[in-house]
Write a protein that binds this ligand. Structure first.
Ligand SMILES: [Zn+2]
Ligand SMILES: [Zn+2]
Ligand SMILES: [Zn+2]
Length: 491
């Protein structure tokens, strides 16, 4: 039977992969195949006072729940919407004087919902919370230990007057969160701020070269009475043409790793062996490990040395970046680049990683001219590796466009912003706040470009004014978030 909002998909058993979802009709790039609200979702421990607990937007000023003094909301609307989910948590936190960690809070949210509605199918879901995979049987010793610590904290937190669940059910829920918790980002898509469980999304299988991507939309609750009113949800969007009957796939991890490394990461985090076409035929592995062409082709040993050196440097960079020592990051990157350049090809992922960090940090330090050059080389490489509608590619093009704009390189800047916009229309959709920001930048850079072509003097005058208005934002501080993949599972 079709589920509300899920009319375009069908549950089926996918060969070698267990359950899966397939399209029942044809789709084009940018189509929302389905949207789904979270079964339950919580804000990360470190951000509980900075992000709204209902819509996960970041705000300067949030209202605090007067009872528990823990939950924070944008406004009354968000607070009211949260109450049904927050009620149990609110009194448990008040009683205990302290909130437990995010895993326990999410497990408790899920179980209060199960207490209210039963563990059966929620509205519009193909699968119930009880039926989701927990992979507890695949846990290693370390993971099992962590699970027991969590079970204990859960039991400490869970109030005696709520429905009591057995140990097995509690570990099932914690296992589900562990491998199916979807990472939620703030409204600018710049920072991971929370984690939620979306049962239908859990049914979409992985492919390293997927036909869909999933995007979190925080919703637009300010527009309650208008057409633009939307609620917080995820959207599964088609990246290209999908025919009826085709399996729908997303990528759980970033594509920019050679197939062997991707397979290893997937096995470790999600407990399966990837048999997608790109892994089996090692498609693009050669590009990702490209070596400098030409008369003085470097020896294999030399290449090996440089790759090891790059790996070591990347570790040092991570450390310096999380300590906020950006001049050290820049130095490490420049030294590494100098060693890589004579040996590695333009699409080599170790070179691209350095270019990405270097351009991001230089932009943050407002050294836009230098940053622009590196970021251009980065996206030129990305465009040869990523699917042409890959969301990460779109975001990288946006960043490159903004950097060029800041550097006064309006022609390339505008071109990059246009390319980014075309991708985000597909991966994020026209109403997503990031796409809207990008559109504003694209329109402005177009106007500037026209002016630049007509009258350079006027252009520089206008630029000064625009910079003062800060129409295009200054770069955010680089975050040290390693991409863990779409599901939250820690490595
Ligand atoms: Zn809110
Ligand atoms: Zn409260
Ligand atoms: Zn694969």
């Amino acid at each position: 039977m079709p589920k509300a909002g899920m009319e375009s998909v069908e549950l089926f058993s996918s060969e070698g992969k267990g359950r899966g979802l397939k399209a029942v009709k044809e789709h084009c790039a940018g189509d929302v195949i389905f949207a789904e609200r979270a079964y339950a979702a919580v804000v990360f421990d470190s951000l509980t006072h900075l992000v709204c607990h209902t819509c996960f937007k970041r705000h300067e000023k949030l209202h605090r729940c007067g009872h528990c003094k823990f939950a924070h909301y944008c406004d009354r609307t968000c607070q009211k919407n949260a109450w049904v989910n927050h009620k149990g948590e609110c009194s448990a936190i008040k009683k205990r004087g302290k909130a437990p960690n995010e895993n326990i809070r999410l497990a408790a949210q899920i179980m209060w919902r199960v207490e209210r509605e039963g563990g059966g199918l929620a509205d519009g879901s193909f699968v119930s919370i009880d039926e989701l995979q927990n992979h507890v049987e695949h846990f290693g010793e370390e993971e099992k230990k962590e699970l027991w610590v969590d079970v204990e904290s859960f039991l400490e937190f869970w109030p005696p007057d709520s429905k009591q669940f057995g140990m097995q059910y509690i570990s099932h829920i914690l296992g589900v969160i562990n491998c199916n918790g979807f990472t939620l980002s703030d409204q600018r898509g710049l920072q991971a701020v929370g984690v939620g469980v979306f049962p239908n999304l859990c049914l979409v299988n992985h492919d390293c070269w997927p036909n869909c991507s999933v995007i979190f939309n925080n919703g637009n609750h300010e527009a309650v009475r208008s057409l633009f009113h939307t609620q917080m949800r995820i959207e599964l969007r088609a990246l290209g043409k999908i025919s009826a009957g085709q399996e729908l796939t997303v990528s759980y991890i970033d594509f920019l790793n050679v197939s062997e490394d991707r397979q290893q990461q997937l096995k470790k985090q999600y407990y399966f062996d990837c048999t997608c076409q790109h892994c089996q035929q090692r498609i693009k592995d050669d590009l990702m490990l490209a070596v400098k062409e030409g008369a003085e082709k470097p020896s294999q040993d030399k290449v090996k040395d440089i790759i090891q050196f790059s790996k070591d440097t990347l570790e040092k960079i991570d450390k310096a970046r999380s300590d906020g020592i950006y001049h050290e990051v820049v130095k490490l990157c420049r030294d590494c680049l100098a060693k890589q350049e004579p040996v590695l090809g333009d699409t080599n992922i170790y070179l691209l990683r350095i270019l990405s960090i270097l351009s991001e940090v230089l932009s943050y330090l407002q050294l836009f001219n230098e940053a622009a050059g590196y970021s251009k080389r980065m996206v030129d490489g990305y465009m040869k590796l990523y699917h042409n509608n890959n969301a990460q590619l779109g975001m990288a093009l946006m960043r490159t466009g903004v950097t060029h704009w800041h550097a006064g390189l309006i022609e390339v800047g505008h071109e990059m912003l246009c390319k980014a916009y075309a991708i985000l229309l597909v991966t994020h959709g026209p109403t997503h706040p990031i796409t809207k920001d990008l559109e504003a930048m694209r329109v402005q850079s177009e106007m500037e470009l026209r002016m630049f072509q007509q009258n350079e003097f006027m252009y520089y005058k206008m630029r000064e004014a625009a910079l003062q208005n800060q129409k295009i934002q200054v770069m955010p501080e680089p975050t040290n978030e390693v991409s863990h993949g779409i599901f939250q599972k820690k490595e």
